[in-house]
Design a protein around this ligand. Structure first.
Ligand SMILES: [Zn+2]
Length: 419
């Protein structure tokens, strides 16, 4: 037998050591096998992903209630979304037992994004909010009748500071500590906070006006509406709803219907104009609704903007269409008066920030301004056919200034001095 000096104990050959090592490795594998299968038997839920059977949104005693139903008690994590305006609900190792349900937004929730689970099994549900909201309570409900295991999450409005503090770290749900169940706070003056509905013009198959370089009005209107929403929410004085949060097509009547259904205090439709063959005209203008247009230019603008619905051909007709009357004579005198007042304030505020069109305050028969009970105005931010306006509208700094002017006008309209 070949012997040599090596790192082996006295009397143990190289071959003996190799055999001993082999046995040790086999034992190790056996041990790992026993431990893992043993754990698997102890908690089968770890091997089997949670199956989501239902998701519901509703109102309960003034709170917005989200109910998640699943094959086992759901655990989740709630965090502020990246833009700080909404929430992200994360369920680990979860999959839908059926296609995600069609959930109608309501209460504090403007929209719910219900994707299929990510490849790693994580399910991220995006919750768009109309104002900052925190968890009032979150608890499990045991199966009952046909209902499975449920996680119930109740949201209540909060000011921006409370929102930031609540989600400094992700919130684990259900809450296992006692929670403050004080009634929802009201505004400083003891009133409910005003609801502002911002309506980014166009979207989806309707791009709106197009710049010489091929950029779209629908993009500008959404970006400016988002900037205004962020500033309004940051004041803590308003609730804000966008008629669209993404690049999607929405009928004019649906936009109006959203404001009416939620009894909005103000509706502002945001657009940018364009004149073919005219690169010189620039500046903002503000419109209210009138059956007889203030001038031929306003009349043809209203015709262009009203044409958006023609692109809806083939899309299912929304239920709201019947609810919304387009008859101007239904508008209360109060709504007409308030709309004019806001339009005047908005024109003045825009004028402090950006060039205005000559006779910047105009009127025409805009269908999107047809709510008889919600003060409404339409803002044309500028002209995409003008290079200076295009540069202003496509720059973040420009959008920020314009958004600031809109917020200033809204504050003045509701008699709030900007702080
Ligand atoms: Zn437009």
């Amino acid at each position: 037998m070949l012997r040599f000096a090596g790192p082996y104990p006295q009397g143990l050959s190289c071959r003996d050591a190799a055999m001993a090592r082999g046995i040790f490795i086999k034992l190790l594998f056996l041990l790992v096998f026993i431990v893992t299968t043993g754990l698997g038997l102890a908690s089968p839920a770890r091997a089997e992903p949670l199956r989501l059977t239902h998701l519901q949104l509703g109102l309960n005693a003034g709170l917005t209630r989200l109910v998640i139903e699943a094959s086992a008690p759901p655990q989740a994590e709630l965090a502020a979304s990246a833009d700080g305006l909404g929430l992200l609900l994360t369920l680990p190792a979860t999959r839908w037992a059926a296609p995600p349900p069609d959930v109608t937004a309501g209460g504090l929730v403007a929209a719910l994004g219900l994707p299929v689970a990510a490849p790693d099994g994580t399910l991220n549900i995006a919750i768009e909010l109309i104002e900052p909201a925190v968890v009032e309570r979150a608890f499990h409900l045991a199966p009952q009748g046909r209902r499975g295991h449920r996680l119930v999450i109740d949201l209540r409005p909060a000011d921006p500071n409370a929102f930031a503090a609540a989600y400094a770290d992700p919130v684990h749900l259900p809450l296992d500590t006692a929670v403050d169940i004080a009634p929802p706070p009201v505004g400083a003056a003891g009133e409910r906070r005003r609801l502002i509905v911002l309506d980014p013009g166009h979207g989806g198959q309707d791009p709106g006006a197009i710049t010489a370089s091929g950029r779209y009005e629908k993009e500008i209107t959404l970006n400016v509406a988002r900037a205004v929403a962020q500033k309004l929410r940051a004041t803590g004085r308003y609730r804000v709803l966008l008629t669209r949060e993404s690049d999607k097509f929405i009928r004019l009547n649906e936009r109006v219907g959203m404001a009416r259904a939620r009894e909005a205090d103000l509706f502002l439709s945001i657009h940018a104009d364009s004149l073919s063959g005219d690169r010189a005209t620039r500046g903002a203008s503000v419109y209210t609704r009138a059956e007889a247009a203030s001038d031929t230019e306003a009349e043809s603008l209203a015709l262009r903007e009203n044409r958006a619905d023609q692109l809806a051909d083939g899309l299912p007709v929304a239920e709201m269409d019947d609810v919304v009357s387009i008859l101007l004579d239904l508008a209360s005198r109060d709504t007409v008066r308030l709309s004019s007042r806001f339009a005047g304030l908005l024109t003045a505020s825009m004028g402090e920030t950006t060039p205005l069109r000559r006779n910047a305050l105009r009127a025409a028969n805009f269908r999107v301004l047809s709510a008889p009970d919600v003060p409404s105005a339409l803002l044309e931010l500028g002209y995409l056919s003008n290079p200076a306006d295009e540069a202003l509208l496509f720059s973040e700094a420009g959008r920020d200034r314009l958004a600031g002017a809109v917020v200033g006008a809204i504050d003045r309209f509701f008699g709030v001095e900007a702080r």
